[in-house]
Design a protein around this ligand. Sequence first.
Ligand code: B4P
Length: 189
Amino acid sequence: MVNIVLFGPPGAGKGTQSEYLIKKYQLTHISTGDLFRKHLKEGTPLGKLAQQYMDEGKLVPDQVVIDMVDDKIKNDGPVTGYIFDGFPRTVAQAEALDKLLTSKNTPIKCMIALEVSKEELVKRLLNRGITSGRADDQDETKINTRIQVYLDETLPVAKYYEKQGKFNPINGIGEVNSIFNSICSIIDK
Ligand code: B4P
């Protein structure tokens, strides 16, 4: 079983690369952003709670995120591995994930961090905002908040995995295919 964490700021290409990785390695996708958007669409209490935070570009409280992931993993049947996309976003989430996977005897193999400049992130997200309908992609102030939240609250997660010898930074600017190949070479090591 191969478990991978795909890490990076908003707009770094996590969702984009996940699609290719799922196909190649038959992984089960856990995107906390997608799960929240699904709840939102279905009008669940969890979706309504998450919306307040997402619309402002802030993080949903840790315990809410952790419980949702816990529930998803516990209810999944047998899987060949997970790709965690946009999770963990805080050290508390990373610790909770380790605990959960240790109890299943299946640790994280590696964390891959996509590195992209702030100018490129803003450009990509505004561009996606034209078609996505996502409120958090349409307003440059909200995008800047998301990037700042990433720097303040999420970046320490990189150190967490670095200490475990699992941190692998890669350049997230360039052709989607060549970034994909760089990711595969890390997974296949
Ligand atoms: P997410 O859904 O995770 O959204 P995201 O950070 O914007 O990344 P995404 O994966 O969608 O974008 P991608 O980089 O692939 O989170 C949304 C919100 O949910 C958060 O702000 C937060 O409120 C909440 N949330 C989610 N998880 C949470 C957690 N764990 N804890 C607390 N709160 C949480 O792609 C962006 C764009 O770039 C796309 O348009 C794509 O086409 C383009 N692109 C990708 N690769 C490219 C390349 N190589 N070149 C050019 N463009 C590229």
